[in-house]
Design a protein around this ligand. Structure first.
Ligand code: ZN
Length: 91
């Protein structure tokens, strides 16, 4: 099964970004919302082989690529902070 490495990158970049946010850092529900919003904005990065894994790893260190992800996550964080969904019943 191909794997979306964008999810891996988002997962690795989200924790340091929410660390300074009083509510978001402890709320997994909001963090899931942030992931979903950011991943909808970012291009999927599907990889199958080990070669793909290396490619994704290299991308991880590309500055522009990284700042695109941070930008998408920051936007998503602002959206979730303005409209927290965690008071609604979870499903
Ligand atoms: Zn929350």
């Amino acid at each position: 099964m191909p794997k979306n490495y964008m999810e891996v990158l988002v997962d690795s970049m989200l924790p340091p970004l929410v660390r300074s946010h009083e509510h978001l850092k402890d709320c997994l529900r909001c963090q899931e919302d942030i992931r979903a919003i950011a991943l909808n904005q970012l291009q999927p990065l599907y990889m199958v082989s080990d070669k793909g894994r290396i490619y994704a790893k290299l991308k991880e260190f590309d500055h522009q690529f990284q700042s695109d992800i941070i930008q998408a996550l920051s936007r998503a964080m602002a959206v979730v902070e303005d409209n927290p969904h965690h008071e609604e019943p979870s499903f």
